[in-house]
Ligand binder design. Structure first.
Ligand SMILES: C[S@@+](CC[C@H](N)C(=O)[O-])C[C@H]1O[C@@H](n2cnc3c(N)ncnc32)[C@H](O)[C@@H]1O
Length: 234
């Protein structure tokens, strides 16, 4: 099902702006963003956008990263798998500009970004579009009354289940114990997903090719042990 969100609803709860950008990040935002941003006409939220129309080249797999922060994971993936296509969504301007500065001199035909709510992109994609989705260290929203702001919710999982191919992966991580419980419970409750973990090391130890994110290094408030949650669409 496609979201019935309207543009009047608040969709991003965290901050969109931080410190003023330095000159090189500002320049990257101005010069690179126009080439890689998903155009408004492709943000239909009608589930009718095939990923292939977003990119300037063919690709093997297509992945979405939700809330990429400063983008070191996304740029790492681009280098590791140059034949894959990547869509990144990050509303925080400072994070987006850091990522764009990083990829300034890289090939860009297989990367597209959206500087706003990731669900605008997700709701626009056709069913069975994606090979995988990363949600790494999402905002924890510690207070109970803010749980509804958490990006992993049944509504958003409905959308992820729709746009993932069968056997497509939903990969999540966090070092906030309560959020880890929440994400596992939400995904286990959802009919479309199954947890790949067979033993504790499967969620305690990252795979050998894991790319560490800035938040993984920094640690969240109330941080515990990092967990790596690999789910698959049934
Ligand atoms: C705690 S940070 C983690 C950043 C990065 N994934 C990492 O691990 O370093 C969470 C990120 O999610 C972004 N975010 C929050 N709501 C979002 C939304 N609706 N769509 C996309 N990104 C969102 C925030 O701007 C923030 O950069």
């Amino acid at each position: 099902m496609v979201s019935n969100n309207t543009s009047k609803e608040k969709r991003v709860y965290g901050r969109k702006y931080g410190r003023p950008l330095n000159a090189s990040r500002k320049a990257a935002l101005e010069s690179v963003l126009p080439d890689v941003k998903i155009e408004d006409r492709h943000l239909t939220e009608n589930g009718d956008i095939e990923p292939c129309i977003l990119f300037d080249a063919g690709f093997d797999e297509c992945w979405l990263e939700v809330g990429f922060g400063t983008g070191e994971h996304l740029s790492g993936l681009m280098q590791l798998h140059p034949q894959n296509a990547y869509i990144g969504a990050e509303p925080f301007v400072n994070g987006m500009s850091a990522f764009l500065k990083d990829i300034e001199d890289e090939p860009k035909e297989r990367v597209r970004v959206h500087m706003d709510d990731a669900m605008m992109v997700a709701n626009s994609l056709t069913e069975n579009s994606l090979d995988g989705i990363y949600v790494l260290n999402p905002d924890p929203w510690h207070k109970k009354r803010h749980y509804k702001r958490r990006i992993i919710s049944q509504d958003n999982l409905d959308c992820f289940a729709r746009i993932l191919k069968p056997q497509g992966q939903l990969i999540m991580s966090t070092d906030v114990p309560d959020l880890a419980d929440w994400m596992v419970t939400q995904a286990m409750m959802h009919d479309a997903f199954e947890w790949e973990a067979k033993c504790a090391d499967d969620w305690r130890v990252p795979p050998a090719d894991w790319i560490t994110t800035q938040y993984e290094v920094k640690g969240a408030k109330n941080a515990g042990r990092m967990v790596y949650l690999f789910f698959r669409r049934k």
